[in-house]
Structure formats: structure tokens, C-alpha cells
Design a protein around this ligand. Structure first.
Ligand code: NAD
Length: 231
């Protein structure tokens, strides 16, 4: 039971790696830059870490080559960019977000569809996909809506082969992604707007991913599971 987690060096991906190792998966994580964190996880968990940019077709193929026969895929790698109203955002940031979050997710999903003979795929979208993130990152929200759509379509394509495809839509989670957006304290800033009154922890998203991957979710495919404290 080998499961590939893209963007597994930190945040939600690393929490998912910890959880899946506990559940008995062989885990292969990919990372783009965070070599030290990835090596530390290799030591801590006995996982294999592969440097692979999910926006690169060659890197994604190399990642799956390294993993061998795969029964699980967690398509988690994703980025945001400096926040602001769309009118103020830079074209290069729009392009990079779409390249990683949409093209990257498609490349990973395509490789999984080509190689898997059984098992389960979980994509990681965002509550932003339905909230739209006005004034912050509508480009990111749009990219995550694409992840939702790809999940629904691929679930139907792969169901006849017995492969399930589902999505987790996290709300605001305490990770370093908010440093990238230039608002590192965003989780605490938005806490009062979240019905449960606090941001999520990466482990709480990992639990949902682990369930969707597991046999307990054997009749669940094409589902988009919101894990967002009520947002
Ligand atoms: P993070 O920034 O802490 O971790 C992201 C991981 O993805 C890192 O390991 C990074 O190296 C990797 N990565 C980024 N670009 C990559 C690329 N091109 N190729 C390979 N790896 C790449 O972020 P996180 O909060 O753990 O986010 C994980 C996923 O959850 C993302 O898809 C993100 O959009 C989504 N999400 C996060 C939140 C949140 O509030 N943290 C909310 C909703 C959705």
C-alpha cells in the first residue's frame, strides 16, 4: 500500500504523511524546495522524499517512477501569492498559482490515472472555491474550483476501474502557506469569522484525507468534503 503525497514536506502534507504512516501506508512525499524538512521527515517517519515540482510533467513522472506501484495519491501541493484585490495582482502571480494549483493537479491526476490499477485519490482544494476570497485571492479561489471540477469528472472516469477520487476542502488552517500570502497571522485574524471560532490544525485535515483514502470510504467517490469549522 504505497501512497504518494505531493507537497508533503510541511503543513497539511506532512501531517498527512504522519497519519498515513501510523495507518500502515508506505509513503512517498514530494517537495519542491524544502529539502531540509523533507530529509527530516524521511528520518522521522521512514518515508521516501523526492524533489519534484508538480507543475513539471517530467518531475511528476519521476515521482511516480520512484514510488513504484501506487494505491493512494494525495494531491496536496498548492500555493498562494501575495493577497489583494484582483485589480492589483501581478500577472506572474496569477500564472504561477494556476500553473501549480490547476496544471500541477491535472498532471498528478493524469499520472495517477495512467498508472493506478486500484485504490484511491484525494485532492486538496479549499473552502475558497465556493467562498471566492474577495479582496484576497480570487485567482487562488478560482484555481481551487478547478480542483473540485477535476475531482468530480475524474471520479466518474475512474469509477469503472474501481478507483475512487475525492476532495477535501480545508478552511483556514494554521500552516506556513499564510507566510507566502504575506499575512502570516491570517489564521488568528480570521478566527472570529469562523463558526467554530478558531482556525483548523493540519492534523484535522489529515484525518479527513486518511478516511477518504481508507476502505471505510469504500462507497464514497466524487465527494467534496468541507473541513472548515463551519465556513
Ligand atoms: P504549505 O505551504 O505549508 O505546504 C505546501 C506544500 O506544498 C509544501 O510542502 C511545498 O513545498 C509544496 N509545494 C508547493 N508548490 C509545489 C510544487 N510546485 N511542487 C511540489 N510541491 C509544492 O501549505 P498547506 O497549508 O499545508 O497547504 C496544503 C494544501 O492545502 C494546498 O493545496 C493549499 O492550497 C491547501 N489549503 C490550505 C489552507 C490553509 O489555510 N493552510 C486552506 C485551504 C486549502
Amino acid at each position: 500500500m504505497t501512497t504518494v503525497i505531493t507537497g508533503g514536506s510541511r503543513g497539511i502534507g506532512a501531517a498527512t504523511a504522519r497519519r498515513l504512516v501510523r495507518d500502515g501506508h508506505e509513503v512517498v512525499i514530494s517537495y519542491r524546495q524544502a529539502q531540509d524538512e523533507a530529509r527530516a521527515l524521511e528520518k522521522e517517519l521512514g518515508v521516501t522524499a523526492v524533489r519534484a515540482d508538480t507543475a513539471s510533467e517530467e518531475d511528476v513522472a519521476r515521482l511516480f517512477d520512484a514510488a513504484g506501484e501506487v494505491t493512494g495519491v494525495v494531491s496536496n501541493a498548492g500555493i498562494t501569492s501575495p493577497v489583494g484585490p484582483l485589480a492589483e495582482l501581478r500577472t506572474e502571480d496569477l500564472r504561477r498559482v494556476v500553473d501549480v494549483n490547476v496544471v500541477g493537479a491535472l498532471l498528478v491526476a493524469r499520472e495517477a490515472a495512467r498508472r493506478m490499477t486500484s485504490g484511491s485519490i484525494v485532492t486538496v482544494s479549499s473552502g475558497a472555491a465556493t467562498l471566492g476570497s474577495p479582496g484576497e485571492y480570487v485567482h487562488y479561489a478560482a484555481s481551487k474550483a478547478a480542483v473540485d471540477a477535476l475531482t468530480i469528472g475524474l471520479a466518474k472516469e475512474l469509477a469503472p476501474r474501481g478507483i475512487r477520487v475525492n476532495c477535501v476542502q480545508p478552511g483556514t488552517v494554521r500552516t506556513d502557506i499564510h507566510v507566502l500570502s504575506g499575512v502570516p497571522d491570517r489564521p488568528d485574524r480570521v478566527a472570529s469569522k469562523i463558526p467554530l471560532g478558531r482556525p483548523g490544525e493540519p492534523e484535522e485535515i489529515a484525518n479527513a484525507i486518511a478516511w477518504l483514502l481508507s476502505d471505510e470510504a469504500s462507497y464514497t467517490t466524487g465527494a467534496i468534503l468541507r473541513v472548515a469549522g463551519g465556513m
